[in-house]
Design a protein around this ligand. Sequence first.
Ligand SMILES: NC(=O)C1=CN([C@@H]2O[C@H](COP(=O)(O)OP(=O)(O)OC[C@H]3O[C@@H](n4cnc5c(N)ncnc54)[C@H](OP(=O)(O)O)[C@@H]3O)[C@@H](O)[C@H]2O)[C@@H](O)CC1
Ligand SMILES: Nc1ncnc2c1ncn2[C@@H]1O[C@H](COP(=O)(O)OP(=O)(O)O)[C@@H](O)[C@H]1O
Length: 286
Amino acid sequence: MIELDEKFIKEIYIPREPDGYKGDYGHTFVVAGCKGFEGAAYFATMGAIRTGSGLVTLGTHSDVLDHLSVKLNEAMTVSIENITNVRQMLDKCTSIVIGPGLGDNPRNYDLLKKIVVCGSSPLVIDADGLNLLAKDLTLLDKRLCPTVLTPHFGEFSRLTGVPIDELKKHKIEHAFDFARKNNVILVLKDHKTIITDGKEIYINTTGNSSMANGGMGDTLAGIIASFAGQGYCTLKATLLGVYLHGLTGEILSRGMFCVNPTHLLEALPYIMKKYICNNNSNKILK
Ligand SMILES: NC(=O)C1=CN([C@@H]2O[C@H](COP(=O)(O)OP(=O)(O)OC[C@H]3O[C@@H](n4cnc5c(N)ncnc54)[C@H](OP(=O)(O)O)[C@@H]3O)[C@@H](O)[C@H]2O)[C@@H](O)CC1
Ligand SMILES: Nc1ncnc2c1ncn2[C@@H]1O[C@H](COP(=O)(O)OP(=O)(O)O)[C@@H](O)[C@H]1O
């Protein structure tokens, strides 16, 4: 079992080339949002933008597209009701995140199926993406793409059919078994988040309960997809994303009672630069 720390994460970081351009840093396709859950799509998309994805496209439902495209100046937007848009994005994106605020209905199940079966870029499945996947886990057998699942305990219970109390009692064993059997990277979100690929187990200790508010997980999903699309291997992208997300919340919480996704998004590039890109050892956590 490996506890994530500053030294471990700094070794994951890949410095940027001076002549790098947006095409070198990936194109994240975020499939998220529906009426009443626009915020989830906003946070996942911004999570990708604020962690350096070269390009980001949000695919969402037509009835929320205009509202979100006005708020998301740095992202492109497409309607997911037009399947040609989805096909084109699957061809050009370098990572995908599906689920935040998407809605759990048969049409979205078909969309998830299309993306799981036809996509080849690293795929992060979160929130309603997990609820849709829980209907038929064998969908995972049909995929080509490396896959990260990011459940909280409620979502993990739906995926496994195991009650939350039992999952909480033996969380490491359940997370490890699920990842191994389904050949996925599992991020079991918690006070101390567990990340496992079914071979190794990592524990993240950054973050605290100032972050216990809506949209934090949506933001994390966008961050992980962003790094996975920038050329980090999917496991390293996940470890870096989870650590950075918690670290940013924790550092902000020194001066704030609660840290909301908006605060986190604002601070992410500064914390990344100061504590992860920097070669000098910082005493981050005292
Ligand atoms: N601004 C926006 O647009 C936002 C949009 N959002 C979107 O909303 C959608 C629904 O997502 P959701 O997570 O709110 O609901 P759901 O999946 O039903 O899970 C709750 C169930 O799980 C249980 N549970 C047990 N342990 C738990 C734990 N540690 N952490 C969390 N839950 C735990 C919990 O138990 P209880 O608290 O009742 O004891 C309850 O039974 C999704 O698409 C998401 O993206 C949100 O992100 C918010 C901001
Ligand atoms: N007490 C805590 N300590 C550390 N991290 C926390 C704590 N509470 C919440 N978080 C982090 O916030 C995120 C919450 O995710 P999630 O429940 O999926 O939120 P949402 O569905 O509202 O987006 C997770 O990454 C979790 O690890």
